[in-house]
Design a protein around this ligand. Sequence first.
Ligand code: SF4
Ligand code: SF4
Length: 93
Amino acid sequence: MAHYVITEPCIGTKDTACVSVCPVDCIHPRKDEKSYETEKMLYIDPDHCIDCGACQPACPVEAIFRDEDVPPEYKHYIEINAHHFGRTIKAKD
Ligand code: SF4
Ligand code: SF4
């Protein structure tokens, strides 16, 4: 299923605005998780995202894209998001 991906602009912002609007709690780490302090950005679990799109307009820095709309310079973030959850996924060319 298509899913959403967090990309580079989240780095240094990481305000968790997207976390509060996600209906399935698939954006991590949340502020109440230990790894929130050490992670430089947030990630979307590709296996649990239901492709609803609610997170995208909530992001103040336009870091969130649907997988097929990720700009070329951010394509590697598709894999980076999946990797955070121990999953493997390859960006389509
Ligand atoms: S698209 Fe919907 S389900 Fe997927 S991360 Fe965003 S808010 Fe959550
Ligand atoms: S709303 Fe955007 S900047 Fe804020 S944590 Fe989510 S992806 Fe990162």
